[in-house]
Design a protein around this ligand. Structure first.
Ligand SMILES: Cc1ncc(COP(=O)(O)O)c(C=O)c1O
Length: 383
């Protein structure tokens, strides 16, 4: 980024910090009320501005401030609402989408849910392509949120029948048939409007919420939008002093890529986590991958234990990718040593995964039953 732009990012961030302080007032009961909690224009205005929660037990254990960004508080229940809003806004700005137009995406998860909310709020049609290996629950949820859903055979990325390419062709077809309203394939993996959501919102929020006093950021990647966008903003605003670490699950190639300085793309095993892990460097991640200060590889055993620990120690009901991020934040805190502040993302809640994460049978099927410490076994409430 050019230095002039960097300076303006710094200036903007300083004023964002001031604004965050100025924009909050104390109510008659001594409780701080922020303008971010005021009246917002439609559901879209309720995306972002999530709290940063201090994880007490892990902070005590490491002597650091371990902070988690409560993304499960977004209207669609996950961090992906931010990307959904930005890819739609980007299509509007480029004139590809007009009122009544159609958004098409290939997704099996949170992005689809985020898009469904955003499209309803903005009056667009939503078409989702997904591999037919996904649960009926996911299909039903997207349909009840108003989306048209096409489960298609699960084939590799290189195959023209892969769900992403089918989504692309569908958008091309509709935009030819209905040029008046338009259609767009939002392409979350390689559309850098996704990363921009985190440069313009998540990064500045973290900087303002910590008053610029943070030492490191870490999170896992699916599309890479969150890690790349937050890293870009924090590096620019802090003159490179905030460190950024990738958190990677088994089965993803990115840990080996970063550890080998971009030479290797080794994949080993698989993971119970959903929405994260990558086989390639996406366009969203490409520009920032060399800015990272390192990576930590987190096993499913550590992740599942942290799902249960967060519930027991912090009252946080988190999905596996969030729990993995918390393990990564703890490991980064241990690398940095006491008296540092480390921020991570609490991407979504456990609601959509409860039938697996808290099931005796499922834990055994994944060889993870022994990872739950005895004092946490009471949370395995499903057979
Ligand atoms: C639960 C969950 N966590 C993390 C991520 C990763 O976020 P990103 O796509 O910004 O890398 C996703 C993405 O879909 C997700 O669904």
């Amino acid at each position: 980024m050019a230095s002039a732009l960097r300076t303006s990012v710094r200036r903007l961030a300083t004023s964002a910090t001031r604004a965050a302080v100025a924009e909050s007032s104390v109510n008659p009961y001594g409780i701080r009320v922020s303008k971010a909690q005021g009246v917002v224009d439609t559901l879209v205005g309720a995306i972002g501005n999530t709290p940063l929660i201090r994880l007490k037990k892990l902070s005590d254990e490491t002597g650091c401030n371990v902070l988690g960004k409560a993304e499960f508080q977004n209207p669609g229940g996950s961090v992906k609402d931010r990307a959904a809003l930005y890819v739609v806004k980007d299509a509007e700005e480029r004139g590809l989408l007009k009122p009544g137009g159609t958004v098409v995406e290939g997704t099996a998860g949170n992005t689809g849910i985020g898009l469904a909310h955003v499209c309803r709020a903005k009056g667009y049609n939503l078409v989702i392509y997904m591999p037919n290996t996904q649960s009926q629950g996911k299909i039903d949820l997207l349909r009840l949120l108003g989306a048209e859903v096409y489960p298609v055979p699960a084939v590799a990325w290189e195959n023209p029948e892969n769900y992403n390419w089918q989504a692309k062709r569908h958008a091309e077809r509709v935009s030819k048939e209905d040029p008046e309203h338009g259609a767009v394939w939002t392409n979350q993996f390689d559309n850098v409007a996704n990363r921009r959501a985190h440069i313009e919102t998540t990064g500045p929020e973290i900087w303002a919420q910590t008053g610029g006093k943070l030492d490191a950021f870490t999170c896992a990647t699916g599309t890479g939008g969150t890690l790349a966008g937050v890293t870009r903003f924090l590096k620019d605003v802090s003159n490179g002093s905030v460190k950024s670490f990738l958190a990677d699950p088994p089965g993803s190639v990115l840990h080996s890529y970063i550890q080998s300085g971009g030479k290797l793309k080794e994949r080993s095993g698989g993971s119970i986590t959903e929405g994260i892990g990558q086989g390639r460097v996406t366009d969203n991640l490409k520009e920032e991958v060399n800015e990272l200060d390192g990576s930590v590889n987190i096993s499913d055993e550590k992740t599942i234990e942290m799902v249960y620990r967060c519930l027991d120690e912090e009252g946080l009901y988190l999905g596996a990718s969030s729990a993995m991020n918390v393990v990564a934040a703890k490991e980064v805190a241990e690398i940095l040593g006491p008296n540092h502040t480390v921020v991570t993302m609490l991407c979504d809640g456990a609601y959509r995964y409860a039938d697996r994460l808290f099931s005796e049978k499922w834990l055994k099927s994944k060889n993870l039953r022994d990872s739950i410490p005895t004092h946490l076994e009471k949370y395995i409430v499903l057979p």
